[in-house]
Every structure is written in structure tokens, then in C-alpha cells.
Design a binder for this molecule. Structure first.
Ligand code: PLP
Length: 393
């Protein structure tokens, strides 16, 4: 009942014997407990309840449970971005003097963590080729505490030797953290392959609409998860309830979106490969992909929604292609419901020299496509026209 003397006081929520079908959005920053004894019990674990949104809130819990179910995890944590999840996984576990082996084709900001932030904190790092378990083994030192890889790399779509690296990590007593953003649990469930920690940028395919920035991290060992949760609350890595609410809504269609985009990606890859203006197509399940056999073994028929291709003609041709493909968003992200196109040389890999880019297979004419759910014939036509325009430039 409303307070008759002032509208400042909060009004009781109306009673209803029926419940909303849609998950309620709960933006409250703070929660009121009935008395100090109850609050005390909440802090000591004797009573279940929220206290302050930076420490946790219902919309994050609902979303985390959904991703847990897909990944076969328990107690996963939703965070304010994919990088917040990478940060929680690294800083929640590592201490000064530890060493980390990272895949040499990690996401750009994760590479920056390896190159700059971790060394600044006294944590040494080495990069190694995650498609080659011997290269990863050679990088391990007595003080190595963690290996961080992605299942499928950006943008060359190289496929990590997940089983080989998991066996190596087990053998050497090193934790294996897997960023599963590109592959999603629809393509691969890293815990089933021996991963200790699974990370997501939920911003991408899981949320799926480019309107929420979120991350997720879960560990096999509940003590590790608890440590990451404490770190997240202390560093303020917690997500916004509204973003969690949007992402939970996005996840209702995740499997349908993923399957549709994946089928279209396979068709688009084959279509691009037979166009005269295309010099190279990378798609894990195509027989000409460098990791084809390994991709088949690890991913089965789940090639994912990402396709990378290359055209000749340098920057002029690249500009012409993007301008001609005007209906396809030119944007350095992935996993949107609509197809997006990115140019690694001027976005994700711009910090590398042209020689360093060439060494990992990125040229001025390399494009990465995150395939969405448009009809496949629309996309094939649009790309064909854009590639013709680039060839004429
Ligand atoms: C593989 C991978 N990991 C982590 C991230 C970081 O995610 P966010 O942008 O949500 O911080 C990205 C972003 O593109 C990514 O592609």
C-alpha cells in the first residue's frame, strides 16, 4: 500500500496468484533484509538472498544458469564483458611468479593481457601455436599454472588441438582455460574434453543481437569459481541487470540462430570458393582448410558461423568490396543476428606489422564474415556482387 504522506517510500508489489511468463527485470542496486540477524546470515551463507547488485543479482543468476546448462557447468558467473571473464579467469587464479601459456592467435585484447597486463603484475607469459600440442608442450615451464586457448581462432579459423592440450595440461598439472566464444556449446563443450575453465564473450552468439555486452566464466573446481566470483565483486566486473535480461531473451533463440547461421556459412564458404575474384576461403569443414581432418574429429559436422576469405588488390579492392556490400554491416564484431563483415588488418589485428599479419595469414584483402540468419541466396548474391566490384576497382 502506498504511503499517504509521501510518494518517496516504495510501494508494495501488487499481489497476484499468477506469475509473469517473462523473466522479470530487476534493476535494484541494493536489497533490504528484514533485520540485522538475517543480513548477517546472508553474508555467512546461512540464508540465501541478494545484498548489493555488484555482489550478484537475479538477472545475472538466471542467465548464468542457462549458460551452465549448455556448457555442462555448475555455478558459472556472468560478468560485465567477455574481457571481464578473461580477467576473472586469469587474475582469480594466478599469482605473482606464475607463468601462462597462451595461444598465439587469441582475441586481440586477450593477447594484450598476455603481452602487457600480466607481465606488469609479475606473471610471465609465452605464446604458442594451439594447433600443435608439441609447441604448447615446449612452452611449459616448472612455474606454468595455466594454458589459455580458443577452440577456433580469429580470423584464420585454425582449430586448436583441444584433446591433445587437455591431456598435456592434465599430465603436467596445469589448468586449461578455454575461450569458447566462437564455437559456442553448440559446436564444442570444452569441459567434456578436459578443460578446467570455460570462458565466453556472451556479447557474441549467445546473446546474439549486438545490444548487450557480457561475459561468462565457469570452472570445474567450485573453489576456483568461488575465487573468481570474489575477484569479480572486488574489481567490479559485475554485469548490468538489463544486459543480462536482454541476453537471456536472446538465448531463447540461440540454438535456432546458430544452426541456421552455420548451415548458411557452409553454403557461403563453398559459393565464395568458386568465385573468380576470391583467392582463398577458410572454413573449418572444407577439405582445403589446413586443420580439416582435425576439425572433423573435434567438431563433427559443426563448422560454425564464421567464414574468412581473401581477395587480391590490396586496400583499394578492400575498400571497394566494403562499399559495394552496403547492406552487410561492416563492423568488428561477430555473432549478431545479421551478417557482419570485418577487416582484420584495420581492426582486430591493426596493432601488428604487415609482416606479423602475413605470418599468421592476414593480408589487406582478408575479410572475416560472421554469418547471420538471412536467407542464404541473399547473402551469396550480395557477396558475389561485392567481390565483382572489388575486382573492377
Ligand atoms: C574470442 C573472444 N574472446 C573474448 C572477447 C571479448 O569479449 P567482449 O567484447 O564481450 O569483452 C571477444 C570479443 O570479440 C572474442 O572474440
Amino acid at each position: 500500500m502506498a504511503d499517504p504522506r509521501t510518494p518517496v517510500r516504495r510501494t508494495d508489489w501488487p499481489d497476484s496468484v499468477s506469475r509473469p511468463v517473462v523473466t522479470p527485470l530487476q534493476p535494484s542496486v541494493v536489497y533490504s533484509s528484514p533485520d540485522p540477524d538475517t543480513l548477517d546470515a546472508q553474508y555467512t551463507g546461512g540464508a540465501q538472498g541478494y545484498t548489493y547488485a555488484r555482489e550478484g543479482h537475479p538477472n545475472a543468476a538466471v542467465l548464468a544458469a542457462k549458460i551452465d546448462a549448455l556448457e555442462g557447468a555448475t555455478g558459472g558467473i556472468v560478468l560485465g564483458s567477455g574481457m571481464a571473464a578473461v580477467t576473472a579467469a586469469l587474475l582469480g587464479v594466478l599469482r605473482q611468479g606464475d607463468h601462462v601459456v597462451g595461444a598465439d592467435q587469441l582475441y586481440g585484447r586477450s593477447l594484450r593481457m598476455m603481452a602487457e597486463e600480466l607481465p606488469r603484475m609479475g606473471i610471465a607469459t609465452t605464446l604458442a601455436d594451439a594447433t600443435d600440442v608439441d609447441a604448447v608442450a615446449a612452452a611449459i615451464r616448472p612455474e606454468t599454472r595455466m594454458i589459455l586457448i580458443e577452440v577456433v581462432s580469429n580470423p584464420t579459423l585454425r582449430v586448436a588441438d583441444l584433446d591433445g592440450i587437455a591431456a598435456l595440461a592434465r599430465d603436467r598439472g596445469v589448468l586449461l582455460a578455454v575461450d569458447n566464444t566462437f564455437t559456442t556449446p553448440r559446436g564444442c563443450r570444452p569441459f567434456e574434453h578436459g578443460a578446467d575453465i570455460v570462458i565466453h564473450s556472451v556479447t557474441k552468439l549467445l546473446a546474439g543481437h549486438s545490444d548487450a555486452t557480457l561475459g561468462y566464466v565457469a570452472a570445474r573446481d567450485p573453489d576456483l569459481t568461488a575465487r573468481m566470483g570474489v575477484l569479480a565483486a572486488t574489481l567490479g566486473l559485475t554485469p548490468s541487470p538489463f544486459d543480462c535480461w536482454l541476453a537471456e531473451r536472446g538465448m531463447h533463440s540461440f540454438e535456432l540462430r546458430y544452426d541456421r547461421a552455420e548451415a548458411t556459412a557452409a553454403t557461403l564458404a563453398d559459393h565464395l570458393a568458386q568465385l573468380p575474384g576470391v583467392t582463398r576461403v577458410l572454413y573449418p569443414l572444407r577439405p582445403d582448410h589446413p586443420d580439416h581432418n582435425h576439425a572433423k574429429a573435434l567438431l563433427g559436422d559443426r563448422g560454425g558461423n564464421m567464414v574468412t576469405f581473401e581477395i587480391p588488390g590490396g586496400r583499394a579492392a578492400a575498400n571497394a568490396l566494403v562499399r559495394a556490400a552496403e547492406r552487410i554491416a561492416f563492423a568488428p564484431t561477430l555473432g549478431d543476428v545479421g551478417t557482419t563483415l570485418s577487416h582484420p588488418a584495420t581492426s582486430s589485428h591493426r596493432a601488428l606489422t604487415p609482416e606479423a599479419r602475413a605470418a599468421i595469414g592476414i593480408a589487406e584483402g582478408t575479410f572475416r564474415v560472421s554469418v547471420g540468419i538471412e536467407p542464404e541466396e541473399v547473402l551469396c548474391d550480395e557477396f558475389e556482387a561485392a567481390i565483382r566490384a572489388a575486382a573492377a576497382a
